[in-house]
Every structure is written in structure tokens, then in C-alpha cells.
Design a protein around this ligand. Structure first.
Ligand code: PGA
Length: 257
């Protein structure tokens, strides 16, 4: 696992975008696994800049998002569908048919979850999966106690997650109670994992995920089993780590940043 500690959110975002852009440039048909929430916003902003200023081409890129709320309309301000179009897709040349976001309004959610997995398989799986981490250690919407072998399915959000996400809604009662999320088993099949974290409220979860035992009680600790993981965080999120880590990835060693 490569653990990189940066000074601030902007640095995390730039490095994350640089890693994703590197994959897109090598493989213009890459399958990107994407995440929502406050954390990846800066990374998406940087990818949009690279598209505009550095010809980063998304025309053949395929995307699969991690999760979606159940029961809010696609065009609701807080749907993850809307988030992705507002923050990334509307500003780059991705082909809408290549975008996949779980449908939280599907008539049969169980069938839709199974089909989502099949579609991922049909595209050869995700090449790089961008991830955040919940303050309770959740990975996507896999809350503590989620099976480490789980697949895309319906889950109930914990009170802690609903509380954390209530900052985006008028009040906590507006936050959906259910979601559809890729499973931990699904996420672990990605070619590479790129997990971002910033802020002191993530410090405990990061320490448990990176240095703690692998346990379903901290779903993000499953990343320790993956052969190709990069975790990028700011100093505040790193404050409970005890080992020594780097400030830049191996591929940049010796270079000015
Ligand atoms: P955040 O959420 O980026 O809004 O902090 C991350 C997560 O819940 O996985």
C-alpha cells in the first residue's frame, strides 16, 4: 500500500487527478470507478481543467459510480447522478452512454444491482477505483459490518453516515435511509484503488483502515488485501497514523512537485 501525506486538500486533489489522468492517457478506453461526496470534488475540478487546458480526452472512457441514494429523483440536488454531472461529466467529453451510476429508483432494485455487476464485467471490470472513506470507516456505502465479500446491493445507511451527509441537505430527515452500493468484493476487483481523505474527522477511520486489523467493522480496512492501493491524505487525516510515510508517490521520487 502506498500512503502519501500531502499538505492540504488542493495537493491531494492535484495528485489524485494526475494519477487518474496518467491512466486515461495510457489507456483512452479505461474504465474509471468514480466516487461522490465532498472529498473528490477537487480532483474532478482538476480533471476538468486538464480536459480544457491539456487535452485530456474522455471520449472513449467508461465510468461506473460506487453508489446512489434510494428514492430520490435523478435530478434532485443531492442525487449522486446530479453530483456527477454537475462536478465532472457536463464539463468533459464523456459519452453519456458510457456513464454508469446505480439507479436508486429502479423498479426492481435487486435486479438492477445484479445487472450493474454484469455491466461492469462486460466492460472488463474497473481499471482504477476512486474512493473516499466515511468517518465510521465505511467504503462506498458499505457500512461497518458489511461483508468483505459483498457485491452491489441495497443497504441501510447508519445514523452516523446520515448525520455526516446531512450537511448537504436541509436537515437530517431529508437524508435518504437506503442506498445502492457496490460491495466490498466488487471494489476489491478493481485493478487499482485510489483512496482520498482529508480533515481531522477522518483521522481515526484512516488509522483503522491503514494500520488496524482487517475487519468488517472497518470496511475500508479491506484495502489492505488489495495488491495496488494508493491512499492520499492531508496532515490532519494522517494525525493518528503511527508509521512513517511518504509525501509523494514512488513514480515522482526525485522530481520537484
Ligand atoms: P465525504 O464522504 O467525501 O463527503 O467526506 C466520504 C465517504 O462517505 O465515503
Amino acid at each position: 500500500m502506498e500512503v502519501i501525506i500531502k499538505e492540504d486538500y488542493e495537493e491531494i486533489s492535484k495528485l489524485a487527478a494526475q494519477i487518474i489522468a496518467g491512466i486515461v492517457r495510457i489507456n483512452p478506453r479505461a474504465v474509471l470507478g468514480l466516487a461522490t461526496g465532498g472529498t473528490p470534488v477537487g480532483c474532478y475540478r482538476e480533471l476538468v481543467r486538464m480536459h480544457g487546458e491539456e487535452d485530456l480526452d474522455f471520449s472513449q472512457i467508461v465510468t461506473f459510480n460506487l453508489d446512489e441514494y434510494v428514492g430520490i429523483a435523478k435530478d434532485h440536488e443531492q442525487s449522486y447522478y446530479r453530483f456527477m454531472w454537475d462536478n465532472l461529466f457536463s464539463h468533459v467529453n464523456v459519452v453519456p452512454a458510457n456513464v454508469h451510476i446505480p439507479d436508486g429508483n429502479a423498479e426492481d432494485l435487486h435486479v438492477a444491482c445484479d445487472e450493474y455487476e454484469i455491466e461492469m464485467d462486460e466492460h472488463g471490470g474497473v481499471d482504477i477505483q476512486l474512493l473516499g472513506i466515511g468517518s465510521n470507516g465505511h467504503l462506498a456505502f458499505n457500512e461497518p459490518g458489511s461483508s468483505l465479500g459483498s457485491r452491489t446491493r441495497i443497504k441501510t445507511l447508519t445514523e452516523r453516515t446520515r448525520q455526516d451527509n446531512s450537511r448537504f441537505f436541509e436537515n437530517i430527515d431529508e437524508v435518504p435511509k437506503y442506498c445502492v452500493t457496490m460491495g466490498i468484493g466488487t471494489i476489491m476487483e478493481s485493478g487499482k484503488l485510489l483512496l482520498l481523505a482529508n480533515g481531522a474527522n477522518k483521522a481515526e477511520a484512516i488509522a483503522a483502515a491503514v494500520e488496524g486489523p482487517i475487519t468488517a467493522s472497518v470496511p475500508a480496512s479491506a484495502i489492505q488485501l488489495h495488491p495496488d492501493v494508493t491512499v492520499i491524505m492531508d496532515r490532519a487525516a494522517s494525525s493518528k497514523l503511527t508509521r512513517e510515510y511518504h509525501s509523494q508517490p514512488h513514480f515522482l521520487e526525485g522530481e520537484e512537485q
